[in-house]
Ligand binder design. Structure first.
Ligand code: C2E
Ligand code: CA
Ligand code: CA
Length: 729
């Protein structure tokens, strides 16, 4: 505890005081006077030293503040020491004013300035407000003090002008310290215990001073009165405040809010003053000039303060209005406010109004890789660049909008170019592209916004980094999507999807080896919806998990019942979303259990694009395989399959995409591909075989199995048996 007053040092003050007390008592002094005087002196010095120790741990104005409080305590202690000497050792009659009085009078001045330095800024944020508060508090306290003691002191006059001034200085000093204490309370935030102790100290001092003044005025005061302990208590509180504050610079923290009662505090003395003056008026006494002056001063200050509150309210309202209509991160207009701007612009314009909706491509990736802070800064900088093109807004996360004044597409292209320049965010250089939906219309604001939205959707679907001008077909596409979403959900829930089975045959015998299960949806109004379309919808809505499970269950159930011959295998398509679902393997196990289907006869087809997410997918595939099914890589060669990953992939079968067969010169290429697959231990299925020639070529190239219209189209389960025997023939 290096930064607090150490007990050893405190003992240097307490011990002599005790010794002195004993000596004085032995000399026949008045016991209660001795104790009160010595206690006051000791407490004052201790408080002074405590404040001194604390000031040394503080920076800047806090150091000065505590230093002044130390001065206040020590000077008061010195004054009281002199008083003590005068009372017990001096033969002279008590002189007035004496050095003791100067010691006492330094206290309120030093304490007031010290407290001023420790307190923070007022709620109203201006330096005028605390002065006004001070005037209100001081004026009210003056009214009270005036009727309690000052009026009499004033009327009594003094033996000399100096004595007169000093006797008036006492109540004024009390006034000042009480005012400071109250003001401190109105602004105290943060370390409340320290503030509370300081206020208690000032109140103790003020109370004892006032009672002393009253007692002195009517000549009833003697040393050792009970209220002498007000001083003792005051200094004890001051010492404690200093100890608590040691090492922590913030006494009054402006970061947190103040309580409502604190804002009302300056009015409290005013209420008391009104009470006191009211009582005077009731007794038939008129206001004297001093009181009148104080009342006018208070009223003037209250008026000015009210004005200040009003002013700060208007600026606050303005700020709130701005915040309600703008995005806090980028400072651009927010969605709600921007919608109003668009509506207004369209309503007032006679030419078409242009609007761009802009999405930052791969923003989520940047956010994940480089952190939210970088993401935020990127959004801010992107917003700045957008604002160059026109009135800009941030609609949500990484979606912006710009209201265009010039040519729509030219502006969009300029904006896209501007965004292409790398952003430097802290230590990173980030390059991004944008997808832009562009629309213009004269119809209405909401219409324009919807068009831009649809266009943006199309731009993103078109593979990002593109500008899509709005086209009416986008709306039909959206309507179709909406219909499919609701209808598909109902169909899955009611079990209306069916499974068609397409034969997979051995080469060259064309004997049936397996079937691929393919989802079918015949809608009463929409007719047959192609799986390519509804599977994509199901993937966008997340319905794919439910749908996939239904197909798997139906396929296993139907084929389990059909396996008279010991059976061909069943290949079921699994979407990547299903594969990445941690609950998927358990679902598969459940279906196998429920249907009693032999796991060794099940093949799960995953598209080749999963090769890209190697790490995540490998574990999922391994878990699935451990349940018994084999894994097939579907559509190999249709996309960007990487041969590099293939050998590390836990797969059993590979299906060569039918696009290879469309190219008649691809024979030797297919042959080497098949050789490669065989070297990796994979069984090869060739897809999309429609002609005899293709079948022969594949057979010569070494393909194990084949699938295509040549051998059979996807068909209901009940037709399979017929086809099976036809193929076997
Ligand atoms: P896929 O997995 O590549 O399925 C083969 C698709 O090729 C089927 O189209 C099939 O009818 C078609 N096909 C078969 N032989 C020939 C042929 O000789 N020539 C031509 N031109 N086409 C042939 P379908 O049934 O329309 O399925 C389309 C896609 O929908 C499937 O492609 C698959 O990716 C997806 N799909 C179908 N059912 C499901 C399912 O239950 N779950 C998931 N996740 N996807 C499914
Ligand atoms: Ca397939
Ligand atoms: Ca396929």
């Amino acid at each position: 505890m290096n930064d607090r007053l150490r007990p050893a040092r405190a003992a240097w003050i307490v011990l002599p005081a005790v010794v002195l007390g004993v000596v004085l008592y032995a000399r026949g002094g008045d016991g209660s006077a001795i104790v009160a005087l010595l206690a006051g002196t000791t407490a004052a010095f201790l408080a002074g030293l405590s404040c001194l120790a604390t000031s040394r741990t503080m920076p800047g104005r806090h150091r000065a503040g505590w230093l002044l409080l130390a001065l206040a305590g020590i000077s008061w202690g010195a004054g009281n020491t002199f008083w003590l000497w005068q009372e017990f050792f001096s033969a002279q009659t008590t002189l007035f004013p004496s050095p003791a009085d100067y010691g006492f009078l330094i206290f309120p001045v030093a304490a007031a300035v010290g407290l001023g330095l420790l307190s923070g800024r007022s709620m109203l944020g201006s330096s005028v407000a605390p002065v006004l508060d001070g005037i209100v508090v001081a004026g009210a306290l003056f009214l009270v003090l005036w009727s309690v003691s000052m009026r009499d002191i004033w009327a009594a006059g003094g033996e000399s002008p100096l004595a007169y001034a000093v006797s008036l200085a006492y109540p004024i000093g009390d006034l000042v310290s009480a005012t400071m204490a109250l003001l401190l309370m109105t602004r105290a935030r943060g370390r409340r215990s320290v503030v509370a102790l300081l206020v208690a100290a000032m109140l103790g001092m003020g109370l004892a001073d006032t009672l002393f003044a009253v007692g002195s005025a009517d000549g009833t005061y003697v040393s050792g009165s009970w209220f002498d302990y007000g001083w003792v208590a005051g200094f004890v509180f001051l010492a404690l405040a200093a100890r608590r504050a040691a090492g922590r610079a913030v006494v009054v923290d402006t970061g947190t809010g103040v309580h409502r009662w604190q804002l009302l505090l300056p009015y409290l003395p005013f209420v008391v003053a009104v009470g006191v003056e009211g009582a005077g008026a009731y007794a038939g006494r008129l206001l004297d000039p001093a009181e009148l002056f104080a009342v006018l001063l208070i009223l003037g200050s209250l008026l000015a303060r009210q004005l200040l509150v009003l002013l700060s309210h208007t600026s606050l309202t303005e700020r709130l209005r701005f915040e309600a209509s703008h995005d806090t991160l980028t400072g651009l207009a927010n969605r709600k406010y921007f919608a109003r701007l668009v509506d207004r612009r369209v309503a007032s314009a006679d030419a078409p109004v242009g609007l761009l909706h802009i999405n930052l491509d791969h923003f989520a990736w940047v956010n994940d890789r480089l952190g939210d802070d970088v993401g935020d800064q990127l959004l801010r900088q992107a917003g700045e660049r957008m604002a160059v093109s026109g009135q800009a807004a941030r609609l949500s996360g990484d979606v912006f909008a710009v209201l265009v004044s010039g040519d729509l597409i030219t502006t969009a292209e300029q904006l896209a170019d501007a965004m292409r320049a790398p952003f430097s965010v802290g230590p990173h250089t980030v390059g991004i592209t944008v997808s832009i939906g562009a629309a213009e219309t004269t119809t209405s604001g909401p219409e324009l916004r919807k068009m831009a939205d649809l266009a943006l959707q199309a731009a993103k679907d078109n593979g990002k980094d593109t500008i899509s001008p709005y086209a009416p077909t986008m709306r039909t596409r959206l309507d179709r999507e909406m219909t499919l979403r609701t209808e598909l959900e109902a169909a899955v829930a009611q079990g209306l999807l069916q499974v068609a089975y397409q034969p997979i045959v051995k080469l060259p015998t064309a004997e049936m080896s397996g079937v691929e299960a393919l989802a079918r949806w015949r809608h009463p109004a929409l007719g047959d919806v192609s799986p390519a379309e509804f599977i994509a919808v199901a993937e966008r809505t997340g319905l794919i998990h439910e749908l996939g499970a239904c197909i798997l269950e139906q396929a296993c159930a139907e084929m389990a019942g059909l396996s008279r011959t010991g059976g061909f295998y069943v290949s079921v398509n699994v979407s990547t979303l299903q594969l990445l679902d941690p609950a998927f393997p358990a679902r598969v196990a459940r279906v196998l259990l429920d249907t009693g289907f032999d796991p060794a006869r099940l093949v799960l087809e995953v598209t080749e694009s999963v090769l890209a997410d190697e790490a995540q997918v490998t574990t999922a595939l391994q878990r699935l395989r451990s349940l018994g099914p084999r894994i097939a890589i579907d559509d190999f060669g249709s996309g960007y399959a990487s041969l590099r990953y293939l050998h590390r992939f836990p797969a059993d079968i590979v299906k060569i995409d039918r696009s290879y067969l469309e190219d008649s010169g691809a024979g030797s290429f297919i042959r080497s591909l098949i050789e490669l697959f065989h070297s990796l231990g994979l069984t090869v299925v060739a897809e999309g075989v429609e002609e005899d020639a293709q079948s022969r070529m594949l057979s010569e190239a070494g393909s194990d199995l084949a699938q295509g219209y040549l051998f059979g189209r996807p068909m209901p389960a009940r037709e399979l048996a017929v086809v099976e025997s036809r193929l076997a023939a």
